[in-house]
Design a protein. Structure first.
Length: 368
């Protein structure tokens, strides 16, 4: 695979099918298509909305999708075959940081106010609480588990954890089949607008500037289409830079609201996407979702990938008896395409960390 000589070879593939799920942090993909950033790099993008993260996984593995907006943890889970099919995966770049949250049912949120701590509030339900996340190894599951554990609630023993696609979470909360959920926006804003729940914590309060969605594909896609993969990173870096520019959050919110994207009212997307608010419980908005920040958002740090592996061990998703001799550093080095990213970033003048730069901080992996 030749990643060091941009322009030395024509693109191996010029029409790409890219999957996404109806979330506000799909903004760079929508911008890349609407503004056709791919054309200057020889690419035509076809966006393919998917009903769930499981559908994203399955269509990546079948080849129906070339690449996708994906949960960081989904990529690592598929690489290891945790709870589903296994394949060799690649993270091309990080698409955003922050921008997720945890919402509790209105009943449980009010119990939390009265009881003063989460464990006591959950006890008022008189039954095991039910929390939803969006994919068993995904970021939302791990933010939820980390937050529960920090409040003395064991996420694998004290609650029932279920998987629900993001667009269906508010209906489940409203019907009483859920007590809370962790997902991306705009579904927390929708829950508050419908009176079904209240956002009690933003994920940036759990881990400030945490990685969230990534641009993902199978590793054989990179091996067979290195020039195309490089051009796609260039395209998405330009889209991320555009979305983060002043005033563009409001503009992209209009496109996200359309029926073929999120199909949600503009006023439920724009305030949290632009960082003006984070929910009625927040006197000051939490850290907003970030897509570029001068390029600081997008580098696929291997240390962040290794954090997911540590969390899988913490919660029993990855056991050495099932998968012996796992080398975390080697796995992260295979998945996170740092060399390819560096070449692409240089082509569009996006700064990258120096080779000896300190790795970004990650959360501790202390067990309960």
């Amino acid at each position: 695979m030749d990643i060091a000589t941009p322009g030395a070879h024509p693109l191996e593939k010029t029409h790409l099918r890219i999957g996404f799920v109806s979330l506000s942090d799909a903004a760079p993909l929508v911008a890349a298509k609407v503004l056709e950033f791919g054309h200057r790099h020889g690419l035509t993008l076809e966006l393919c909305r998917q009903p769930s993260w499981a559908a994203v996984r399955d269509k990546l593995l079948s080849g129906e999708l070339d690449c996708a907006h994906a949960l960081y943890g989904l990529v690592y889970g598929v690489e290891l075959g945790i709870g589903g099919p296994r394949d060799e995966m690649a993270v091309l770049m990080v698409l955003n940081r922050n921008g997720q949250a945890i919402t509790l049912s209105t009943q449980l949120a009010h119990a939390l106010d009265l009881e003063g701590n989460l464990k006591a509030a959950l006890a008022t339900l008189g039954r095991p609480p039910v929390f939803a996340q969006t994919f068993p190894t995904g970021t939302h599951a791990l933010w939820l588990y980390y937050w529960l554990a920090a409040h003395g609630v064991h996420p694998r023993a004290d609650i029932e954890s279920v998987v629900i696609p993001p667009p269906r979470m508010v209906d489940a909360l409203e019907s009483g089949t859920l007590d809370g959920f962790c997902a991306g926006e705009p579904w927390h804003a929708v829950a508050e607008a419908r009176g079904a729940g209240e956002t009690v914590v933003a994920t940036s309060q759990i881990w400030p500037n945490h990685p969230e969605k990534v641009l993902a594909c199978r590793r054989d896609f990179v091996e067979r289409h290195p020039a195309t993969a490089r051009a796609l990173i260039c395209t998405m870096l330009e889209a991320c830079r555009w979305v983060d520019a002043p005033g563009h959050r409001e503009e992209i919110a209009h496109w996200l609201a359309k029926p073929d994207a999120l199909d949600v009212q503009l006023e439920l997307i724009a305030p949290r996407l632009s960082g003006r608010e984070g929910g009625k419980r927040f006197a000051q908005p939490p850290l907003p979702v970030s897509f570029f920040d001068g390029g600081a958002v997008n580098f696929p740090h291997e240390s962040e990938g290794r954090w997911f592996l540590a969390q899988y061990r913490r919660w029993g998703l990855l056991r050495e008896t099932d998968t012996p001799a796992i080398d975390d550093e080697a796995i992260a080095a295979r998945i996170n395409q740092t060399a390819l990213y560096r070449v692409a970033a240089a082509m569009v003048e996006v700064p990258v960390p120096s080779a000896n730069a300190a790795a970004p901080d990650t959360l501790s992996n202390d067990a309960l």
